[in-house]
Design a protein around this ligand. Structure first.
Ligand SMILES: [Zn+2]
Length: 297
């Protein structure tokens, strides 16, 4: 039995997502298991994760609130199929879990996909929607975007829709995971100026996405504040393969206010702060390729 009406539940879900977005943005894209377990709304504790289970079904809710991705490798998304997340039935738990996920389909209730990043850390993807149930394959399909909610027969997409769905996966899943991984590797700081505010940080690509070597791995990224990201993209700031920052010659000679003086000119000749793990350091070859573009401009 549930105490909430469906419309009240929808309003509550939207407020939960808003608050979750705030938590996620503060850290630069991730939430911890502790934040999810101690989540509160209106002074009431409402965990967004179920300890030990891959699905969170609050008792008063009509349907599932969150599902957990498997603890796969960081960039392994075998569970994704053309814009839809393939969620296997809960095997070792009561049919109740699957029933509650099924109950999210018809009213199209927004849910949260907790994408596992590392022990105790998740990239929350939302809103996602359960759109189909395949009892033979024992799977649910979860749409990663509102636009994919009402496409008929999601298990047999037409070629054009397929391409669109792949773009959605990139935008809604792969890009947020890349961003969160990079910012987390740099401990939520700008590699150049150390600014420690997730809301003001970006994951900059060293080799652009469009380049064939522009892989979405942390070693092809830099955690940069908005200003340094823009300066890097515009070749007003370069980073040498030995991790030293250079500011564009002309910009060094300009005279202006404190942002130019302290934010840019003072960074010339400094060394960027590197992630603790060697594996996550920027790839010197990628830096060299990019530094050539800076010099040429
Ligand atoms: Zn910065």
């Amino acid at each position: 039995m549930t105490n909430l009406s469906l419309s009240d539940e929808l309003v509550l879900r939207e407020r939960i997502l808003e608050r979750l977005a705030h938590l996620r943005d503060q850290s630069g894209g991730t939430v911890t298991r502790a934040q999810l377990a101690n989540f509160e709304i209106d002074g009431q504790r409402l965990p967004l994760i179920d300890q030990g289970r891959g699905i969170r079904n609050p008792r008063d809710f009509h349907a599932t609130l969150s599902i957990l991705s498997k603890q796969d490798g960081q960039y392994d998304d075998r569970q994704v199929d053309q814009g839809y997340y393939v969620y296997a039935y809960q095997r070792d738990s009561a049919e109740g879990d699957n029933r509650k996920l099924r109950a999210a389909i018809a009213p199209s209730l927004p849910m949260i996909l907790l994408r596992w990043l590392e022990a105790g850390v998740f990239v929350p993807i939302f809103p996602v929607y359960a759109v189909a149930d395949d009892p033979t394959a024992r799977i649910f399909l979860i749409a990663l975007d509102e636009s994919l909610r009402f496409i008929p027969d999601p298990q047999n997409l037409k070629e054009q829709v397929k391409q669109y769905a792949e773009q959605v996966t990139r935008r809604r899943l792969h890009q947020p995971v890349f961003r969160a991984s990079v910012i987390r590797a740099y401990e939520t700081r700008c590699a150049v100026c150390h600014l420690h505010h997730g809301e003001l940080l970006d994951a900059a690509h060293i080799m652009p996405d469009s380049h064939e070597a522009g892989v979405p791995h942390v070693s092809n990224g830099l955690s940069l504040c908005k200003i340094h990201h823009a300066a890097y993209d515009q070749n007003l700031m370069g980073i040498r393969p030995d991790n030293v920052v250079e500011i564009n010659r002309e910009l060094l000679e300009e005279r202006d206010g404190p942002m130019l003086k302290y934010g840019l000119q003072r960074m010339h000749g400094s060394t960027i702060t590197l992630p603790r793990r060697k594996l996550e350091h920027p790839d010197p070859e990628a830096l060299a390729w990019r530094y050539n573009q800076f010099q040429a401009s």
